[in-house]
Design a protein around this ligand. Structure first.
Ligand SMILES: Nc1ncnc2c1ncn2[C@@H]1O[C@H](COP(=O)(O)OP(=O)(O)OP(=O)(O)O)[C@@H](O)[C@H]1O
Length: 637
């Protein structure tokens, strides 16, 4: 039997892991014993107090119990949760200070101090030390201030290790990759390992954390000291805006837990699909912090402000008018001039003001009259029929009416809010979010103007809000490398978006066009492709994306019976294949995307359609297939 080769680095790292694991176990054992001793002593004191007949002795024992409780080891001995995968990074330094000299740090998702008081693992959020890992290359000289002292030296090592179920699986060291395979440890050249590879291996296609992969510019944004005011993160599709925002909040919570408690933090996502996509990772990074859609949060904020539970009806023909930025200033004027105690009646009266009607309809006298008539009817019958478009107006109105100060979950409350996909929020929505933060207005806002896809939101709103943010302070950060899509797909995306500075992806993938003679043949091609992709790699996830809801149903029928095809309805991120529409996929990603029939009628030359096309093609992590039978939309040819 041939023996697998022995690599020194693997032997050393295995030994290190064994030492760290036994130290973690010994520390846990000793901590448990300390806690048990403490409780035994407490029980002894309590019994003695109960048995005592002298009040003087009872008092003395009560005092002892109070003192004893102050030193309860359970309060300060936090248990180490990451034993299966205790660290992911090894960084070596050679410090010019001889007392420090050569030293290696292990970087993990939780810090660990052993029973004999050695800091064995450093939490990745402890910036001064973890910066050695994230910010420097091997051979680079560093100059850092750590605990008030300037430190100089050279980085001697920067390796990434993968440990699963307490065993070492992989080491990336410089250009070398050591990997445990079925046949033992192998050494290969390092290849670009995408987060999709991790998803395929885990058979779970929701967002994965990137702590071991964070780039230097991402690390700077994540650990930025600007904790007050707004941090605006811009960047093209797949540049890491969402993951950077989530990791940034995780850092804030770690470094200032008293201020950024989970109940004072909020993460707002574009839609339910994106919320479900990030939830697992966000709860690992952010604990019980609420992650929700804007609408769900806004409804609960209205309840917090008014005590009313609102159930919006979906259809509203006046969405564009109700999302108009002009309403923002008019709400402030109305609140000054009119008093109306019932919140929804207040909303109908607001819309009925002449200056509001003017702003909503301009010269359109007939529309004004019709709307006014409807408002009078609603006011008379005390109608509660609020639409989704009314929600942000109502929320802002309730916030402006509130005079008492902070209201939990609704006004002046949050220490930090993350807003993802900010370009698709209206001015009123953005203002409501800002008003929900406390005096320090701490927000991370991510946005990409080339991914604005909602027709009822005015593109100028985001710029107005950005301009207004100057009052609370705004720092602008830009991400420029796309991590999601392969080169070929990014080159196509850059053509669609006409984005000159779009940096092409770092890895290669597949981009293929499949022209069919007619719809029937296009469906045959589609079926063949889906079958092929699902069979070739049953652990990956393929999304078939079309423009219209009616096509979604038709495609589902055409693919019926394929093994691994997801049921229609809410998207899940299990392996297999799914059919969805373009508007659902913003913010999420799939290993393979098949874009079905992106023709010139469905994707016209308008900016919105171009943006939607850009969103569709940039969802693909490995492979993009375009199946078509009509004239291809501009940008795709
Ligand atoms: N430094 C990195 N190294 C490797 N992968 C990364 C890195 N940063 C982000 N990624 C991966 O790139 C993908 C895109 O990240 P993310 O969804 O945060 O981008 P985004 O800018 O929000 O994209 P979009 O605008 O399309 O929503 C994810 O799979 C993420 O895990």
């Amino acid at each position: 039997m041939s023996k697998s080769p022995q690599f020194d680095i693997v032997i050393q790292e295995q030994q290190r892991l064994t030492d760290v694991l036994s130290s973690i176990e010994e520390t846990a054992r000793q901590n448990k014993a300390k806690i048990a001793n403490h409780y035994a002593y407490t029980a002894e004191l309590e019994k003695a107090r109960l048995d005592s007949v002298s009040w003087r002795e009872k008092n003395s024992l009560t005092f002892k119990l109070i003192e004893n409780d102050k030193f309860d080891p359970a309060k300060y001995l936090t248990s180490f949760q990451m034993i299966d995968s205790p660290y992911f990074g090894v960084v070596g330094i050679k410090d010019t200070d001889k007392r420090i000299g050569a030293k290696e740090y292990l970087i993990g998702k939780q810090g660990f101090v052993s029973h004999d008081n050695r800091a064995l693992i450093v939490d990745w959020r402890k910036a001064p030390i973890s910066r050695f890992f994230y910010d420097y290359e091997v051979g680079e000289e560093y100059l850092e201030t750590i605990q008030g002292k300037d430190r100089e030296g050279e980085i001697t090592r920067r390796d990434t290790v993968e440990i699963a179920k307490r065993s070492l699986r992989r080491i990336e060291s410089g250009a070398d990759l050591y990997e445990l395979t079925g046949g033992g440890w192998m050494k290969n050249d390092k290849q670009y390992h995408t987060t999709t590879d991790t998803k395929v291996a885990n058979q779970d296609h929701r967002m994965v954390d990137i702590v071991s992969l964070i780039s230097p510019d991402q690390f700077q944004m994540i650990t930025s000291e600007a904790t007050d005011g707004c941090t605006l993160i811009t960047g093209g599709a797949g540049s890491g805006k969402t993951v950077v925002s989530l990791h940034r909040l995780s850092c804030l919570q770690f470094n200032d837990p008293g201020r950024f408690t989970p109940d004072r933090c909020l993460v707002l996502m574009f839609n339910k699909v994106l919320r479900n996509y990030v939830r697992q990772t966000s709860s690992d990074l952010l604990g019980s912090t609420r992650v929700d859609t804007f609408s769900a949060w806004a409804l609960s904020a209205i309840t917090a402000l008014t005590g009313k539970v609102i159930k919006p009806v979906i259809t509203d023909t006046l969405t564009v008018q109700k999302k108009s930025s002009k309403l923002s200033g008019l709400l402030a004027r109305y609140v000054q001039e009119v008093q109306e105690p019932e919140p929804i009646q207040d909303l109908w009266r607001f819309y009925g003001q002449p200056y509001v009607l003017e702003a909503m309809f301009g010269e359109g006298e007939n529309e004004k009259e019709a709307f006014l008539g409807e408002l009078r009817r609603r006011y008379a019958v005390r109608s509660q029929a609020v639409s989704f478009a009314d929600v942000s107006v109502l929320l802002r109105l309730c916030q402006l009416r509130e005079k008492e100060g902070p209201v939990r979950d609704a006004l002046g409350w949050y220490a930090h809010i993350i807003v993802d996909e900010g370009q698709d929020l209206s001015l009123l929505e953005l203002e409501a979010i800002l008003a929900a933060t406390d005096k320090r207005n701490s927000i991370t806002l991510s946005a990409d103007s080339k991914q604005k896809i909602l027709s009822w939101v005015d593109a100028a709103d985001f710029d107005i809000f950005h301009n207004n943010l100057r009052e609370v302070g705004v720092s602008n950060e830009a991400l420029s490398v796309s991590y999601r899509c392969p080169k070929e797909i990014m080159a196509l995306a850059a053509r669609i978006s006409s984005r000159e500075n779009e940096q092409v992806g770092r890895h290669s993938g597949v981009l293929e066009y499949h022209k069919a003679a007619d719809e029937e043949n296009a469906l045959i091609t589609l079926r063949r492709l889906v079958e092929q992709l699902v069979t070739e790699d049953p652990n990956s996830l393929t999304a078939v994306i079309c423009k219209k809801k009616t096509d979604e149903k038709m495609l589902h029928k055409a693919l019926h019976g394929i093994k691994g095809l997801h049921e229609p309805g809410e998207l899940t991120f299990e392996p297999g294949a799914l059919v969805t529409i373009a508007h659902q996929v913003k913010g999420v990603e799939f290993a393979n995307v098949i874009l079905y029939d992106p023709n010139t009628k469905d994707f016209r030359k308008s900016a919105l359609d171009r943006n939607l096309l850009y969103v569709c093609v940039t969802r693909a992590c490995k492979r993009l297939d375009i199946v078509y039978w009509r004239e291809l939309a501009t940008g795709l040819v």
